[in-house]
Design a protein around this ligand. Sequence first.
Ligand SMILES: [Zn+2]
Length: 238
Amino acid sequence: MSNPPFPYSIRESARARYLRFRVTLDKGLEVVVPRGYDRRRIPELLQTNQAWVDHALRRVDEVRSKQAAHAARTVPTQIALPSVGRVWNIELVPTTARSLSIVELASDRLQLRGDVENIDLCDSALQRWLLRQAHDILTPLLAAASRETGIPYARMALRKQKTRWGSCSSLGTISLNVKLLFVEPDLVRYILIHELCHVRHMNHSKRFWKLVSAYYAPYKEAHRRLKDAWRKMPRWVA
Ligand SMILES: [Zn+2]
């Protein structure tokens, strides 16, 4: 008989009347056998039931890795927004409340107060805070870039996206990714100029790039740096 395809443990049970396979989170694969069972038969039975056991073990693996990922989630102790060169220290104040509030105590101190053990609540409080920051920080920057280029826009919208930093609609709405707060100021400026130039040219034609480079010459380098920037996003930003 070849080696069994899976590691397993054997448990003799006085109540068991037949051999039974069990897959659990804490013990993995367990073979439950009645008293006096001929254990030499187990490898063969395992092979006959390989598909079922395989499937059950895979599911246990998935649950385990999800649990590990969940356990690794913690509230950050600090938030840095390179776009404005500011850093906030996070303080956690546990209370008996089942909700969570976020308070800016000083220009560099953020307090999370309430059910701070609940990571989902903490994440969404920080995300709400980030959205307010994005509004306060990006609104005047876009207005300034518009004045500088002389290109008007209809309104600014904020989004949270995984693959794009900004976009410009045919109606002149400029959408900006809140994750821009985590990139360097000159890269933010590049994105603002890029999207404003789309008000004039709704494409990436030569004329578009010529207009962009009139205000931001090293745009190719900016593209490379922006590609790297995705990898630096804090976990809680999602
Ligand atoms: Zn574009």
